[in-house]
Design a binder for this molecule. Structure first.
Ligand code: TGC
Ligand code: FAD
Length: 407
């Protein structure tokens, strides 16, 4: 039986060596700038040294490696395409995408940490916040000194966030916030939450709720078989007094939170390629090392079909993401184009994880290989940030002009 690299022990825990190798079938690196390649290699090195050795253990224990927030900040994973004047990366959208790809090659939960912090907490503050809010929060979020979360989904309003019942009432210099949010990445460890609520006029308001505000709690959700190394929780608001200076002045409708989703979905379209590449890489190596019937299983036509289709689908997804990145850099990527890429690339990754699991035979179900962890993670990725079917309906709406959401 081939080994997935050297196994050593770290305390009582198994440490897996990351043998990932670069795959670039269509020479797409030639489309990238030196800055993109440097960013990619720096994040890849960091994932190999900081994430891969510990991730199986954390996922096994359903524990979040919170210490990685600092390291993510150091490699510039929080807000890579937001301006440097607020302590952010100042890079372009392709650099942002590539960073997400490399992080998700390590684990979707680690990419989630960065997606939420950068695209769902820092981005709304940058896009819709006052100058004072930007100066107060962005540098600390970029440096990993503050952890943020994003509260849109509610127990009874997931795919249809516009139905939200979380609400605010005007109370002089503050709003009184009541309601609950569900499935919130990072909420139990977050210092601040960007929360979306309906005001008395029915407008959608975004506000920064700080840990410690009276009436605010963030209990953890337990029992997840997916994204086990990412912490998920609720947000509960019982007459929380939120100062008006914490309200984002630039938002008054669903366009606000949905704009943030577009930013995060774009990152996931790239990120999912990373998970797919890791599964392909492991399956390719295993197929050359594992022998049955006296020869490597990679020599059988049925195994080659699986591997050839994997690299074909990965290459198509890479081209989709790269073109989307070019459009995003020009400010021309539409929300519907982003939906198409998120939907396609996550489905591609989950299919590849399933095929890679087959190639690994029984070993594929163990944590000696990354396959099952990626596969289980991707079951969340295909649901959050808009489900697979919701993104299909967004494309359907875009091409027909007819809205199929509302019956
Ligand atoms: P609709 O009437 O279609 O639109 C309302 C206004 O918003 C605009 N808009 C968008 N703008 C930017 N980006 C988008 N993606 C946008 N989608 C819509 C739209 O143009 C309109 O503007 P205006 O000026 O005319 O008012 O809104 P709707 O309420 O009918 O929504 C339709 C639908 C179903 C597409 C939307 O609700 C949706 O996308 N639902 C899916 C919900 C979702 O994705 N939730 C994600 C929660 S956050 C999360 O999962 C984080 S996981 C993070 C991690 O761990 O990595
Ligand atoms: P539902 O909306 O109840 O959907 C159930 C099924 O019905 C799906 O298959 C869906 O496609 C289908 N469906 C719904 N409406 C239609 C329709 N009109 N036509 C056809 N089919 C339809 N949210 C946040 O706000 N912040 C976070 O940080 C966050 N992190 C998350 C982390 C994890 C691990 C998970 C699992 C979720 C997270 N979410 C977060 C919530 C996520 O965005 C929602 O789970 C998602 O939007 C789907 O909502 P739902 O789970 O309520 O499913």
């Amino acid at each position: 039986m081939p080994s997935n690299g050297t196994e050593s022990t770290h305390g009582t825990r198994s440490v897996r060596e990351d043998r990932y190798q670069h795959h670039d079938y269509y020479l797409l690196d030639e489309l990238l700038s030196t800055e993109h390649l440097l960013a990619r290699d720096a994040v890849r090195d960091w994932v190999k040294s900081e994430v891969s050795p510990i991730i199986e253990d954390y996922a096994n224990r359903a524990a979040c490696p919170v210490h990685l927030f600092k390291g993510l900040a150091e490699i510039g994973a929080f807000g890579p395409s937001l301006p440097a004047e607020y302590g952010c990366g100042g890079m372009d959208e392709i650099a942002y995408g590539i960073i997400m790809q490399e992080l998700e090659r390590g684990d979707s939960g680690i990419r989630s940490m960065a997606s939420v912090q950068g695209s769902l907490v820092m981005y709304p503050i940058y896009k819709f916040g006052s100058e004072e809010q930007k100066r107060k929060y962005l540098p600390k979020l970029a440096a990993g000194e503050l952890i943020g979360c994003f509260g849109l989904t509610e127990p009874d309003h997931g795919s249809n966030p516009a139905g939200m019942v979380t609400n605010v009432k005007d109370d002089g210099d503050a709003y009184i916030l009541n309601g609950a949010k569900m499935w919130i990445t990072n909420s139990p460890v977050a210092d601040i939450a960007v929360v979306w609520a309906r005001d008395e006029e029915g407008k959608i308001r975004g506000m920064i709720v700080e840990k410690g505000m009276k009436g605010f709690s963030a209990p953890e959700i337990h029992g997840k078989w997916s994204l086990r190394a990412s912490v998920t929780g609720e947000l509960v608001f019982e007459d929380v007094r939120v100062p008006k200076q914490n309200v984002l002045p630039g938002v008054s409708s669903m366009r606000g939170p949905l704009t943030c989703l577009s930013k995060a979905r774009y990152g996931i379209a790239w990120g999912a390629i990373g998970a797919a590449l890791d599964c392909y890489d492991s399956a390719l190596r295993y197929s050359k090392e594992r022998e049955q019937f006296g020869r490597p299983i990679g020599g059988f036509q049925l195994t080659q079909k699986k591997l050839a289709e994997m690299i074909t689908e990965i290459t198509k997804a890479q081209l989709l993401a790269w073109r989307l990145g070019v459009l995003a850099n020009d400010g021309r990527a539409t929300a519907a184009q982003i939906s198409m890429a998120k939907r396609n690339n996550v489905a591609m990754a989950i299919d590849i994880a399933r095929e890679a699991r087959q190639i690994h035979g029984g070993m594929g179900i163990t944590n000696e290989y990354p396959i099952m962890r990626h596969m289980m993670n991707l079951e969340s990725v295909i649901t959050y940030e808009g489900t697979h079917d919701i993104h299909l309906l967004i494309t359907g709406h875009d091409i027909t002009g007819l809205d199929a959401f509302k019956g």
